[in-house]
Write a protein that binds this ligand. Structure first.
Ligand code: PHE
Ligand code: ZN
Length: 885
């Protein structure tokens, strides 16, 4: 192998040889080039004679000074500085000194969207994780916390707005008729939290008064045409600020908080100190263009980034292995916030579904890693469901074990003890121990070991003593041939639901051994255990429930999550049975028991609309697939389709009633009606599978009368996918496109609707979209709308028997890798579980993976994934004689 991918190990962490304590940056933003000068105040760390080594990539170095004296480039460090593709090194002579550098960079050519780049004519930055080194030479590691002063110069017309972190301390005109601003950030921060924005942006402003009376100016910036779509983001920000004060006692710490929305962004958003930069998808919202789900997404991500100000920024991570310290905690905080803003049960169901669809498979596949990994090649590949979502679950378990007050006490200790520092997961868990007096060393295994535990439950009733004995047994799966079988510390929220629907017992059981037995007395016969309420631990539960017991929990469980879970367990079992039958060549039967369970839900009048709509949803493809020993996508699709058709047909009148009861185009849009819209569109969905051709007209009527995007987009999707609506399809689709052609986020939806459509011949349609004008300079959002939706949301198209879907996506990944490796590397996730697929499909997926691995030039991002997927040896063989990027 001619390339070497360097592996970084947690065990090798050492403090740096030097600390940069303050940095003065000057940016000269110009068309075609940007000049960045930096003056670093440096202090030696410890007693040594090692050189100062600064990170720097794709920088054109123009000048270096040590203590204000010019340094020449040398052959070795005694002659001057040395520089290569990755580092600038020099040998200081004092313990404290200054280093000046001047570099030229080219933001307009930056397609990777890391460092300083241009989006929609504006300059902006993305520095997490290692983007700052593409801006200037610096110790680009999160344990180097420094204060920053940033001067930005630019043309007044091209960039009237010039922003950076902290407070605006100066602004004015330059001698050559341009303008400048100067920003000072008083809080020491790691370089990944640096941000700069320059451009022509409009803003919505507001103020927030903190609990202690500080007046904070809030500004949300976006393109002028989007100014009317910022109110929801602003309201979400203010709610987040109030919530963090109320729940965690955390106040905002500066007089200004800015958010900037940009079209081109690899991820969702970024928590840079006082200057959050967002993907427009998580800022812009207006009833005409955003769905109810989009509104929730904005609220959740605004909160997430805001909460990082304390969990991430004031207290940050020592190194990137600790990523889940800030992400897991911040996700847990944003989940709780969203629950408090809406319904805890609805939010919990949504989050658990996405954990099971995203994280559980990851934890059982070639990328499996602990929430706190101990090695990586590219940290960019570890912004994963495991770090984020499982990381959040670990905090939720701590919250369950310590209780609300205990958890708050621990977080107070944490902020107190570590403010202004870069710390580790152990530091966090020690605060939990100090707050509770408990020993959490066993709990730490959750952070350091991969894999989803299996918990087997059994119970028996003794009529003589009127007692129930519950046995819980845990099994830790083998991951990547490593057995890590030590039992975990598992909190089990539970209750025993008596025949009258009341809890006889409830509480939290702590499972810490491989097998444990719990006995409860004075329990009426036929009480049903409700286990892992609110999904109190990220495990797979195997439990011998009968259909009757599940029905009992579906109605009586006082925990909203477990009500849903009981129905989900029932439906999953029924679907799995039929998939088995189908794979054996037998007919699919949708039993009377399934219809009956739906009838019972439809009859209920006591149920929250969103919960009802969730209860009426069939488990999704990605919820079923991980449960299959071998995945035959076409079997899953066939069975789901048969269920949808039978339910639609047999319950046609009920669904029509539900549709009519909730459909009300006269009513003006109100966000609080989301539950009603959700029921209405769930009903329309089933009706569209009922075989009733009239439903096509209902969908067209809904499309034409809609006064909000939720209803309009639901109707569009049905019209695209329903056989009986094909005569309307092109007309409606064109209408939608022309109505919203100027709104990038809506065009993304339009593309997504086709890319996910499991109608015959869809690949041709999707391919033609890549030739469409909308695909000329696609943003990452647009690539995801097309290739992401197709590969992760179009199971029929992606898994086409002839392999054409795989080839289509692989071609794109290969092309994208050289331009934007981070997005390419996320896109390859659709192939991650290839070994679990039907052998013939597995072979076809592997063919594409091998083709990607044989590319002449391969990014480290993609090569790390391919190495994991294909295995080290197979990958190495394919790379013989090839180069890296
Ligand atoms: N730190 C960001 C968040 O969690 C995510 C992110 C990572 C954004 C890397 C950009 C690059 O909100
Ligand atoms: Zn985050």
């Amino acid at each position: 192998m001619s390339e070497t991918n360097t592996v970084t190990y947690l065990k090798d962490y050492t403090q740096p040889d030097y600390w940069v304590t303050h940095v003065d940056l000057t940016f000269d933003l110009r068309e075609g080039e940007t000049l960045v000068s930096a003056k670093l105040q440096v202090k030696k760390n410890g007693d040594h004679h090692n050189p100062l080594v600064l990170d720097g990539e794709e920088l054109q170095l123009l000048d270096v000074k040590l203590n204000n004296v010019a340094l020449a480039k040398g052959e070795n460090l005694t002659e001057g500085y040395m520089v290569d593709q990755k580092f600038l090194s020099l040998l200081p002579t004092n313990d404290t000194f200054t280093v000046n550098t001047l570099v030229r960079i080219h933001p307009e050519q930056n397609t990777a969207l890391e460092g300083l780049f241009k989006s929609g004519g504006n300059w902006c930055t993305q520095c997490e994780a290692e983007g700052f080194r593409r801006i200037t030479f610096f110790p680009d590691r999160s344990d180097n916390m420094a204060t920053y002063t940033t001067k930005i110069m630019a043309d007044q017309i091209a960039a009237p707005v010039l922003l950076s972190n902290g407070n605006l301390v100066d602004q004015g005109q330059t001698e050559d008729g341009r303008h400048y601003t100067v920003w000072e950030d008083p809080f020491p921060k790691p370089s990944y939290l640096f941000a700069l924005v320059g451009g022509d942006l409009a803003c919505l402003d507001d103020t927030f008064v903190t609990a202690s009376g500080r007046h904070v100016v809030l500004c949300i910036y976006a393109a002028a045409k989007d100014l009317n779509k910022l109110e929801h983001a602003m309201a979400s920000l203010k709610k987040s600020m109030a919530w963090d004060e109320e729940i965690y006692g955390r106040e905002y710490d500066l007089d200004l908080f800015n958010i900037v929305a940009v079209d081109d962004f690899n991820m969702g958003a970024m928590e840079n100190k006082s200057l959050n930069i967002f993907n427009t998808k998580y800022v812009l919202a207006h009833p005409n263009t955003a769905t109810d789900a989009d509104y929730e997404g904005v609220e959740g991500v605004i909160a997430h980034e805001y909460f990082h100000n304390w969990t991430g920024n004031r207290v940050t991570c020592r190194d990137w292995f600790q990523l889940c310290l800030k992400e897991g905690l911040t996700v847990f905080r944003d989940q709780e916030f969203s629950g408090d803003m809406g319904s805890q049960a609805v939010n919990r169901i949504a989050n658990v579904r996405s954990l099971r669809m995203g994280q559980f498979p990851e934890d059982a596949g070639p990328m499996a890693h602990p929430p706190r990994p101990d090695q990586f090649i590219t940290i960019n590949n570890f912004y994963t469901a495991t770090v984020y979502s499982k990381g959040a679950e670990l905090n939720r378990m701590l919250h369950t074990l310590l209780g609300k007050e205990g958890f708050r006490k621990a977080s107070d200790i944490y902020f107190d003890r570590f403010d202004g520092q870069a710390v580790t997961v152990e530091d966090w868990v020690h605060c939990m121990e100090d707050a509770s007096g408990r020993d959490l060393s066993q709990f730490l295994l959750w952070y350091t070991q991969a894999g989803t535990p299996e918990v087997k439950a059994k119970w028996s009733y003794d009529h003589g003593t009127k007692s129930i004995t519950l046995t819980l047994e845990q099994h830790i799966p083998t991951i990547n041939n490593q057995s890590n079988g030590q039992p975990r510390h598992i909190p089990v929220k539970f209750g025993l639901v008596a025949p009258d629907g009341q809890d006889v017992v409830q509480g939290v059981l702590e499972l810490t051994q491989a097998k444990q037995t719990f006995t409860f007395e004075n329990v009426p016969p036929d009480s049903v255990p409700s286990l892992f309420r609110h999904f109190s631990a990220p495990v797979n539960l195997e439990a011998p429930y009968t259909d009757d017991q599940l029905r009992h929990l579906m109605i009586h469980d006082r925990d909203g999550f477990n009500q849903w879970e009981a129905g989900n367990r029932f439906l999953t079992t029924k679907l799995m049975e039929q998939i088995d039958r189908y794979e054996r060549g037998q007919d699919i039967l949708v039993g009377e028991d399934v219809l009956d369970s739906f009838r019972r839900i439809l009859q209920r009048t006591d149920m929250d609309q969103e919960l009802m709509s969730l209860a009426l949803s069939l488990p999704a493809y990605h919820e079923i697939a991980p449960k299959r020993e071998v995945i035959d996508p076409h079997a899953i699709l066939a069975v789901r389709k048969a269920f949808l058709e039978t339910l639609g047909r047999e319950l046609h009148n009920k669904f029509l009633e539900m549709y009519n009861a909730n459909y009300d185009p006269e009513k003006s849009y109100d966000r609080a009606d989301a539950g009603r819209r959700s029921l209405q569109n769930t009903a329309l969905g089933y009706l569209s599978h009922s075989g009733d051709a009239e439903v096509a007209k209902l969908a067209v009527r809904q499309y034409s009368q809609a006064n909000n995007m939720t209803d309009r987009y639901a109707a569009l999707n049905i019209i695209i996918n329903m056989d009986e609506a094909q005569s309307y399809r092109d007309g409606v689709a064109l209408h939608f496109y022309y109505q919203f052609a100027n709104d990038a986020l809506v065009v993304d939806k339009w593309i997504g609707a086709f890319a996910r459509s499991e109608t015959d011949g869809i690949l041709q349609v999707v391919k033609s979209l890549t030739e469409h004008e909308v695909f000329k300079n696609p943003t990452p959002n647009r690539m995801r709308a097309l290739y992401g939706s197709f590969s992760q949301g179009n199971h029929k198209g992606f898994h086409a028997e002839d392999g054409s879907g795989y080839e289509f996506v692989a071609n794109f990944i290969m092309e994208l890798d050289a331009k934007n490796p981070q997005v390419a590397s996320r896109m390859i996730g659709a192939f991650e579980k290839f070994r679990q697929y039907r052998p013939d499909l597995q072979t076809k997926m592997e063919t594409q993976l091998r083709r990607m691995a044989s590319m002449e030039s391969l990014s480290t991002d993609l090569s790390e994934k391919l190495q994991r997927y294909l295995g080290k040896e197979a990958f190495a063989q394919l790379r013989v004689g090839k180069s890296g990027v």
